[in-house]
Design a protein around this ligand. Structure first.
Ligand SMILES: Cc1cc2nc3c(=O)[nH]c(=O)nc-3n(C[C@H](O)[C@H](O)[C@H](O)COP(=O)(O)O)c2cc1C
Length: 482
């Protein structure tokens, strides 16, 4: 009936209706239904309909009820357009429909022409409880630009299996069938689950297309390594399992993580310093820089602007961090001073306490006189220098105390001596494997006006220590500001 109503409208009204439907993410027919329903409700004094996103409550369909252990998608009811390409893994896409529906998603399936060689529209409709779409030039759905609706009236587009051919077409911007027209017309996130023969996956043309698609912001899940459908073939090219694809879809639709350090500038030092003896030799220590780099990554995730000043390490800077590389303690101090002001300064670097008093300008020669005497002199104390700044001291200054004995006593003494606010104390005696390892056992000492609070954390990975420290900082910053 809604169809008939639309046909009878004059062009201006039809245009207005089209615009309103697009704005609400509905088809024109659905929009007419909503208008008619609202008109009836208003006559009877009911509240008008809300746009779909606000009005719909999470639908616990029969599948959701029978698989209650699955976490539902975060939006009221996630709407997913699933495009199935023409690969042997198309049959697994039918299971994917179920996996997505278990998570309370509404799934609309589009089958490419080649996909219909492997699965039927009837199977897809039966599993999705929706009409299955196959044709770009389908008068029934194109009456109200159905391909645009399928492209936009959803929260996410999943392509599974994404065949080599389909990926080439998406990378090249083709739109000569329903699937590619949807993918070109969408402004929603796209998740591809590639599936193909390992040689197709390795082919330079596919590599180029994969790179292009990643640059275009497309997310991929898989392919996995394993046996292929072709007898005797194995390698990377198997489509990710439906449950992995559903989890990846869920992650893409998850609300963005909280950003408690947004607007804060965090300065972090990491790694060892190298103190030159002559142009080819130096004094160093065993710090790997992993803990400082992990804190930098966690602070970026928490929304902070992060400046990382790093001694020589073999680590890649976490995305979103501004990295300055330095060699010696004196270079590190200069870089820290240049990076101020900061809201929070975390000194995780293992700065050498001493350097050679007179660095040789030339390589020191081995001679008859025996080993050269190395006269050491004290390096600047970066933590104390910044913690005691009269002007421009960061409001929260955190030091690290790496100790091999009397851990808490030494850390308490360091807290008082350096003038910082918190100390992260860790036992770095060789048996702990902390230096260079991936785990850390730390105590957090926090100075307040009249006491020092000590929290002893269980053994954790350095990433976990970083997240816990950033969470503690966020808490303290919030308290300070409220
Ligand atoms: C039995 C069979 C299995 C196929 N499996 C795959 C596959 O897993 N991955 C792939 O990229 N192409 C596969 N192809 C080739 C595709 O079907 C072909 O490239 C097709 O044009 C892809 O269509 P699409 O762009 O609609 O996905 C297969 C072909 C046949 C005959």
């Amino acid at each position: 009936m809604a169809n008939l109503t639309i046909r009878k409208l004059d062009d201006a009204l039809k245009a207005e209706l089209r615009q309103r439907a697009a704005g609400n993410g509905r088809s024109m027919e659905d929009e007419v239904r909503v208008i008619l329903r609202d008109a009836v409700h208003q006559r009877h004094g009911f509240a008008p309909s809300l746009p779909q996103d606000q009005g719909a409550s999470p639908k616990a369909g029969p599948d959701a009820a029978s698989h209650g252990h699955h976490e539902a998608f975060p939006s009221p009811q996630a709407r997913i357009t699933l495009i199935v390409g023409g690969g042997i893994a198309a049959y697994k896409a039918m299971d994917l429909i179920r996996r997505l529906k278990e998570r309370s998603a509404e799934v609309r399936v589009v089958l490419t022409k080649a996909a219909q060689q492997f699965v039927t529209p009837l199977t897809a409709s039966a599993l999705s409880h929706q009409r299955c779409y196959t044709d770009l030039f389908d008068p029934q759905s194109e009456f109200d630009a159905g391909h645009i609706r399928l492209a936009r009236d959803c929260d996410l587009i999943v392509v599974a299996p994404a065949t080599a051919d389909l990926m080439a077409k998406i990378a090249g911007g083709h739109a000569d069938d329903l699937a590619t027209a949807i993918l070109l017309a969408t402004n929603r996130p796209i998740l591809l689950a590639p599936a193909m023969n390992p040689l197709m996956w390795k082919n330079p043309a596919t590599r180029r297309n994969v790179d292009q698609l990643r640059r275009d912001g497309v997310t991929m899940v898989g392919p996995n390594a394993g046996e292929m459908a072709e007898r005797g073939e194995a390698g990377t090219g198997r489509m990710a399992e439906p449950i992995e694809i559903a989890a990846a879809a869920q992650a893409l639709l998850a609300p963005p993580p909280p950003r408690p350090l947004r607007g804060k500038r965090v300065l972090i030092t990491a790694g060892p310093t190298h103190e030159p003896i002559d142009p080819v030799r130096y004094i160093a220590n065993r710090s790997s820089g992993k803990q400082g780099y992990a804190i930098a990554a966690a602070a970026v995730q928490a929304g902070a602007e992060v400046v990382l000043i790093s001694g020589p390490v073999d680590l890649r800077a976490p995305a979103g961090v501004t990295l300055t590389r330095v060699e010696s303690a004196r270079d590190m101090l200069a870089a820290v001073q240049a990076a101020l002001p900061a809201d929070i300064a975390i000194f995780a670097a293992a700065v050498a306490d001493w350097r050679v008093a007179s660095e040789g300008g030339q390589k020191i020669k081995k001679g008859a006189g025996g080993p050269p005497p190395l006269q050491l002199t004290e390096n600047p104390d970066i933590l104390a220098t910044i913690a005691r700044l009269a002007d421009g001291r960061p409001p929260l200054v955190i030091g690290f105390a790496a100790e091999t004995e009397n851990l808490l006593d030494n850390a308490r003494a360091k807290l008082a001596r350096k003038g910082c606010d918190w100390i992260v104390a860790n036992d770095v005696s060789p048996a702990t494997g902390v230096m260079g390892g991936d785990r850390n056992t730390v105590h957090l000492l926090m100075k307040s006006a009249d006491a020092i609070a000590v929290e002893s954390w269980p053994v954790m990975t350095k990433d976990e220590v970083a997240s816990a420290l950033v969470a503690r900082i966020a808490q303290a910053t919030e308290l300070h500001e409220s």
